[in-house]
Each structure stands twice: as structure tokens, then as C-alpha cells.
Design a protein around this ligand. Structure first.
Ligand code: SF4
Length: 554
């Protein structure tokens, strides 16, 4: 029987309530509210899969206030949840027991004038601003499937609710709604599921292999006063990663008694045998970090993937019926470890493009493509170009990477271009010496649930909740499970999904007949599994809207 699907029409629909789309929605609504040239007020709506705006937002986060200053005058007085200004920066190389501070910080590593924020609080504040301007913000609504008509994105299907694990409709089941709009703006963050589907149809990525991702795993701690000055920041490289793997740690003093600390690990299907959660636990073990946390208390835990391919991996930011903003448009400066200001700036340009489209009542692809011109002429492009392929410089290991990245700071043309050949020697592959050492150490890891946590214990601090009885949102073909998961992958990689998922969603029961067991209700929506799976057989899809992490201070 065909489902009866309700359908709703809007003018502009923003998919994802992150800083890019919320800034865009606020700016567009402000332009509309001031306009004397529009005949009718357009209907502008933001949808988000989180249970409230900000619930799925997580970042370090250091924010460069450049867009706030220009477009949100009086933002401090208006309650912008800035925790503190950055007061001190340091970058250190860690060995297992020691730390060595860089004596001189190049300009991109300095954060003078920047602020420390909780991105989830910041998103929630922006959502309140958007609603105050007249934008409708619909939470618990996931965009699941595009509706393409005549080679144009005409609509989207949202998540259905009330279906059981087998897909049977319960008594209160509601099929997803079809939402149609003149234009959709995708600001889904890294590796959005709607972006992935549109990329397949409209070939948005310059080259699929060029985009790359990292996994950031984060904890927020309350610590006794007197250990750190509010606003102190630390970035590290080295321990616990071997020099062949890209990644590093951060620690930000949000206040004298609250710190954000985390670890970024490369999410790479070529080197899948990594464990971002474990790397964070090891990072906390380092003598220079451990003493800061003593007698402290874990407040929140979370994870996200980070888009890191840089300038050359940026997708085409506009297509028939849609625009891309923020991280979905590839806008993260890996050299500065920042993207929020770029996301907000892209939101401003998207809003100006859409306002022109509204004035002309012209939402053709040509009209939407003026967004690309605006981006190309903006400071965003210049910043992305300057930091071009910074991440790729580290493909041949930490030390070569530091040399190349350092040189490219002085002479940008020395930055590598395109994908760098990754050498197999010394990477974390089963059988390699580094893997055996790492694996041995991991096997002996015993969480104390005071300073070091298991994934299960950490998960409690993420506020993650899903409706248990719903279809599994992690799609793997049954044939692939039989042929690859419990056979080939076990043999070749030892099932790295058990390691790289920071929520412990994947497990293998090694009985006489091995079985892959999934706990999808633990999912943190980080997408690492889809990215780092060496066989590319996992597809992450949005679960029922409202499910997922419940970040409040991340
Ligand atoms: Fe992240 Fe969820 Fe995949 Fe685990 S299952 S890696 S939490 S997206």
C-alpha cells in the first residue's frame, strides 16, 4: 500500500541548524523584514534533526568574531554565549612523558582577539535570534531523501516516525513529510547524508577522493580552580600518535574551572585501524594533562567528523535548487583549526544571493550560481587558498609534514597540491610494528571511570538517546556482512569498526559462527564509520528526528 504523505511548501528551507545556516536564515530574514521591494513575505524555515537547536553541535571551539562584529552588532549585550577571550596560546610537541613548547608561534596558530565558546550554546543562541526575526526553526526533523524533478532539487522527504525495527508501521506511525521549496540550503556539517545523495546526482565534488576527514572526540571537564587561567589554549602534536598518523590534541580553559579537551585523529579508510576515543584517553594520561584533571569531573562527551580536504576539495557550492554552506561546502581552515567564522560568512553570502533571487523571483541555477561568484570574491576563498592543502602536507608523516607546512607558511606555492601518495610503511596497519605496539597497549587499557573512561561510560555523558525500536540507520547489505564483515575484514583488518567508532556501536561476536552486532541507539552521528570503513559498505542515514546526542555545553 502506498503511504499517504503530507506535503508542505515553503520558499527557502535550510537543512541543518548550525552556525552557517542559522546565520544565513537570520541575515535573509533581516533583509526581508527591511525590504520595501518584496511583494509578499517569503516563508523561511530551518529544519534540524536534533531534539533542539544546538543538541547536535560540537566543536573545540575557538571562534574568530569577524562575522559577529560586522553582522551582529552588540552581540555581547545580546547574550552571545562567549565564555572568555583567548588570553594565551601554546603549541607543544608531546613525547610519552615530556612536552616541548614551540618557542615561536606562526601567525595562523595565534588566536588573539578570538573567543572560546560552546558551539551547542552558540547554536542555541543563534536559533533564538532567528526565531526572534521571524524564521521558523523546526527541530526533530531530519532530511532523509531528496526529491529530484526535472534535474532539479524540488523537495525533500523528512524522517518517518513510529516504525519498528522491521519497518512495520506502529499505531501512531507518521510517514515522512514532503517539503518543497524554491531553494534548499544544505548546512549539514561534515559528510551530510543529503549532500552525499546530491553529490551522486549532480557531481558536486571536484574528485571524490580529494575530500578527507578527521574525527574529533571531546570531553568537557569541571576542574578545581587555580590550575589554568581562563582563556588559555594548548594545541599538541606527537603523543599518543605515531609520526605516521595525522592528529593532535587540544585543551581550552573555558573558565578557571571548566575545560574543553579533545583529540583529533585522521579518519582514513587507508589507515582504518585507529581509535579516536582511545587516543583521547591516552592524551589525558600525559603528565602535562593528567594533573590538570585530578579531582575534576567529566561533564560532557561527544564526537564529530571534521572536513579537512581544504581548498582543492571544496565542492561546487550551488546546484539546481540548492546551495551549500559551512562545512558542507568544505569550509574549514585546517591550518588555523577554525571554520565557524567561514561558515557564518558563507551564510551571509548565501542569504544575499537568496535575497536577490527573491527580488527577481528567479531561482534558476544561473541565478543561484551567483553565490559561487560571491564566495570566490570573498575573504573566505582567500583564507582557504592561503591554507591550501595544509592537511595534505602531513600525508608523508609528521616530520616531513611540519617541514612542508612550515615552508608553505612562508612560501604558499610550496604547499602540496592534490592528493599526496600515502606510503604504506609505518602506517597503523595490522601486522605493522606500530600497530602491534598500539594494539598491545590498547588491550591493557583499563578505564578507572574517574579519569579514563570506556566508550560505554563516556556515552552516558553525551546525552545520546534514540527510539530503540526503529529501523537501523546504519545500512550494510546482508551479503556484505556475510562476505566482508565477518570474513574478509576480520582477516585483513581485524574489524576496525570496533575501534574507530567512538560510541562502541560495532562489535563482533566471535562464536563458531561470527556475527556483527550493532547498537545503533548509541550513535553519536559522527559519520566516522561511513568515512573510515575500508570497504565502503557502511552508509549512515539519519535516524528518527530528535534522536542522537543531547549536547548542552560542547
Ligand atoms: Fe559515529 Fe555513529 Fe558511526 Fe559510531 S556508528 S562511527 S558514533 S556515526
Amino acid at each position: 500500500m502506498l503511504e499517504e504523505r503530507e506535503s508542505l511548501d515553503f520558499d527557502i528551507v535550510f537543512i541543518g541548524a548550525g552556525p552557517a545556516n542559522l546565520t544565513a536564515a537570520i541575515h535573509l530574514q533581516k533583509l526581508v523584514n527591511k525590504s520595501k521591494d518584496l511583494e509578499a513575505a517569503p516563508e523561511i524555515v530551518v529544519i534540524d534533526k536534533g531534539k533542539n537547536a544546538g543538541a547536535h553541535l560540537l566543536s573545540g571551539a575557538i571562534i574568530d568574531p569577524v562575522v559577529l562584529e560586522e553582522y551582529f552588532p552588540g552581540y555581547v549585550e545580546k547574550g552571545c554565549p562567549i565564555q572568555t577571550e583567548v588570553t594565551r596560546d601554546s603549541v607543544c610537541f608531546l613525547t610519552e612523558k615530556r612536552k616541548y613548547a614551540l618557542p615561536y608561534l606562526p601567525e595562523p596558530f595565534r588566536n588573539n582577539g578570538c573567543f572560546l565558546v560552546s558551539l551547542s550554546r552558540f547554536g542555541s543562541w543563534l536559533a533564538g535570534m532567528a526565531e526572534a526575526e521571524g524564521v521558523a526553526v523546526l527541530d526533530s526533523t531530519a532530511a532523509v531523501e531528496p526529491v529530484i524533478d526535472n534535474n532539479r532539487l524540488k523537495g525533500i522527504i523528512t524522517d518517518g516516525k513510529g516504525y519498528d525495527k522491521e519497518g512495520n508501521a506502529g499505531e501512531a506511525a507518521e510517514p515522512g513529510i514532503e517539503i518543497n521549496a524554491k531553494t534548499f540550503v544544505l548546512g549539514e556539517g561534515a559528510r551530510g547524508s543529503m549532500f552525499r545523495q546530491l553529490d551522486r546526482t549532480f557531481a558536486l565534488s571536484p574528485n571524490e577522493e580529494d575530500q578527507r576527514y578527521e574525527t574529533g572526540v571531546k570531553e568537557v571537564w569541571q576542574i578545581p580552580p587555580g590550575r589554568l587561567d581562563a582563556g588559555a589554549t594548548l594545541h599538541t602534536f606527537g603523543y599518543p600518535l605515531p609520526s605516521s598518523l595525522y592528529g593532535g590534541g587540544w585543551l581550552y580553559a573555558m573558565s578557571e574551572t571548566e575545560i574543553s579537551l579533545g583529540f583529533v585523529t585522521s579518519a582514513d579508510p587507508g589507515q582504518p585501524v585507529v581509535d579516536p576515543h582511545y587516543n583521547l584517553q591516552l592524551f589525558k594520561e600525559h603528565p602535562s594533562i593528567r594533573h590538570l584533571l585530578a579531582e575534576g569531573k567529566l561533564l560532557e562527551y561527544g564526537a564529530k567528523s571534521i572536513t579537512s580536504g581544504g581548498y582543492d576539495a571544496m565542492p561546487r557550492p550551488a546546484g539546481p535548487g540548492f546551495l551549500l554552506t559551512g562545512e558542507t561546502a568544505g569550509l574549514v581552515n585546517m591550518q588555523r583549526l577554525k571554520g565557524i567564522h567561514l561558515a557564518m560568512h558563507s551564510g551571509i553570502l548565501a542569504a544575499e544571493t537568496l535575497y536577490s533571487c527573491l527580488l527577481k523571483d528567479d531561482f534558476s541555477e544561473a541565478s543561484l550560481l551567483t553565490y559561487r561568484n560571491k564566495l570566490e570574491r570573498s575573504a573566505i576563498h582567500e583564507e582557504m587558498r592561503q591554507s591550501r592543502n595544509y592537511r595534505q602536507a602531513f600525508d608523508q608523516g609528521l616530520f616531513k609534514g611540519l617541514m612542508r607546512a612550515g615552508l608553505s607558511l612562508k612560501v604558499p606555492r610550496l604547499a602540496p597540491t592534490g592528493n599526496t601518495e600515502i606510503k604504506e610503511d609505518g602506517t597503523l596497519r595490522p601486522g605493522s610494528k606500530q600497530y602491534r605496539n598500539w594494539s598491545k597497549k590498547k588491550d591493557s587499557f583499563r578505564p578507572d571511570n574517574i579519569l579514563f573512561f570506556s566508550k560505554e561510560a563516556n556515552l552516558y555523558a553525551s546525552g545520546t538517546v534514540h527510539e530503540e525500536n526503529q529501523p537501523c540507520h546504519l545500512l550494510i547489505e546482508p551479503d556484505s556482512i556475510a562476505d566482508i564483515c565477518t570474513e574478509k575484514c576480520t582477516r585483513e583488518y581485524g574489524n576496525p569498526c570496533r575501534h574507530f567508532c567512538p560510541a562502541g556501536v560495532y562489535a563482533i561476536d566471535h562464536n563458531a559462527d561470527p556475527i556483527l552486532r550493532l547498537s545503533p541507539s548509541n550513535c553519536l552521528h559522527c559519520k566516522t564509520c561511513e568515512i573510515a570503513d575500508p570497504y565502503g559498505i557502511i552508509t549512515w542515514t539519519p535516524p528518527e528526528g530528535g534522536g542522537g546526542p543531547g549536547y548542552t555545553i560542547s
